[in-house]
Design a protein around this ligand. Structure first.
Ligand code: BGC
Length: 415
């Protein structure tokens, strides 16, 4: 039985500027060029457990190829966005999540490129013309080079700098946008950039991690107020990655779960209290806790080694109910180059989402991650999350069978 959803439910896919547009000039683009050789070498010397499967190794670009790690033109969506939105429309989507590139809009401190703002206006109009509600993310990780050079999020005036950008965008685009996402996954960003040191700016410090996390919460609150000044009817939130932590029994595991929940899942909401209209949930992970994390018995894994647990979505949604705010699933997806699991993945997650709604969770939309295969950060291009396959030699778009299955679910959902 296909899951059922309310008539005004939003179905769509999510994207981020750096991952699809191409032609970036920001802290990530520089970092990619400096680290591509190293990442390719590491992929060769430390393959995943059991070795790289042939279907990944022989795909283009291969994880062993330094070019894989350089975003370059990405999907060329900067120029091909109309074609991409036509596809999304054809696939039955009535909403689309995209992000703005801060570095394109403000390439130098205080200097705004009106042409780029117009470009995003055109994009948003193109979505509306196709009957899709835009959900717009202001900050999906890369920062302008000038901002990085001043110390990035650690600089004393980082929040003011971000505010200047937010104000300019809100002033120019507020008539066109209702749903704003200020920050994408603050905890994932600080975890990888400031704690593990895997992403720019490659810091490894708990103190810095906490400091930047709190800064991002302040940046969110300030952006919330700014957007409301321009449009009191705007709906403002951020996208939060929540994990389903499950204790496998005993007091130690229960204590670990308690702390993991507070730290990873809850703390962001404490810090942005009274400054959000809705919750954006990005759901990918579950962790069974047995004297450590990720001791999962479930062994269905994606191409990037993440385990698939649709039921965890239900538990995470049930937990978020306590905040009494509308919820949108702003990302949920699987890396699956063979398209072997994706259709089932989407269906099962939606079945659990429907169950959460039946249990009173105010869930209003679902965005699959992602519309097109794209640049998956430090892993580069090889992980394929898209409903649509990209041939990176020709940039040709090819709709995967699972995308049609998603359409079928959408069509049946409201009958
Ligand atoms: C991010 C995306 C990313 C996806 C898959 C999310 O954490 O918001 O940018 O591509 O997960 O890794």
């Amino acid at each position: 039985m296909s899951p059922k959803f309310p008539h005004n439910f939003f179905f769509g896919a999510a994207t981020a500027s750096h991952q699809v547009e191409g032609y970036g000039n920001n802290d990530w683009t520089e970092w990619e060029k400096a680290n591509a050789e190293r990442l390719a070498k590491e992929a060769k010397e430390h393959p995943p457990e059991g070795g790289w499967p042939d279907y990944i190794l022989h795909s283009y670009p291969s994880p062993l190829d330094p070019q894989n790690y350089i975003s370059g033109k990405a999907c060329d969506s900067y120029y091909r966005f109309k074609e991409d939105f036509d596809i999304a429309k054809q696939l039955g989507h009535n909403a689309h999540r995209l992000s703005l590139s801060w570095s394109k809009i403000e390439p130098r401190e205080g200097v705004f490129d009106q042409k780029e703002i117009e470009h995003y206006k055109e994009k948003i109009q193109a979505l509306r013309e196709r009957g899709m509600e835009p959900f717009v993310t202001l900050y999906h990780w890369p920062v302008p080079l000038w901002f990085r050079d001043k110390g990035g999020w650690e600089a004393a005036d980082a929040i003011e700098q971000f505010q200047t950008y937010v104000a300019r965008v809100a002033e120019s685009l507020n008539h066109h946008i209702t749903y704003w996402l200020v920050i994408n996954e603050p905890e994932v960003y600080v975890f990888n950039g400031y704690f593990r040191g895997h992403w720019p700016p490659m810091m490894k410090s708990i103190r810095r991690t906490m400091r930047v996390f709190l800064k991002l919460a302040r940046a969110h609150r300030a952006a919330f107020r700014t957007i409301k000044q321009y449009n009191p009817n705007a709906r403002v939130g951020s996208a939060k990655n929540n994990n389903h932590f499950k204790s496998l029994g005993g007091p130690i595991n229960a204590a670990l779960k308690f702390f993991a929940d507070r730290l990873w899942n809850d703390s962001w909401f404490w810090f942005i209290k009274n400054h959000y209209d809705f919750i954006g949930l990005n759901y990918y992970f579950h962790s069974s806790i047995d004297w450590g994390f990720n001791k999962n018995p479930n062994k269905v894994i994606s191409d990037v080694g993440w385990e698939i647990d649709p039921r965890g979505l239900y538990d995470v949604l049930r937990d978020l109910k306590k905040y009494n705010k509308p919820i949108f699933i702003t990302e949920n997806g699987v890396a699956d180059i063979r398209d072997a699991y994706r259709a089932d993945f989407i269906e099962q997650h939606l079945v659990w989402a429907q169950k959460a709604i039946e249990d009173g969770v105010p869930l209003l939309g679902y965005f699959y991650w992602t519309l097109l295969d794209n640049f998956e950060w430090s892993k580069g291009f090889w992980p394929r999350f898209g409903l649509v396959e990209i041939d990176y030699k020709t940039l040709e778009r090819k709709i995967r069978p699972s995308a049609w299955k998603f359409k079928e679910i959408i069509d049946n959902a409201k009958k």
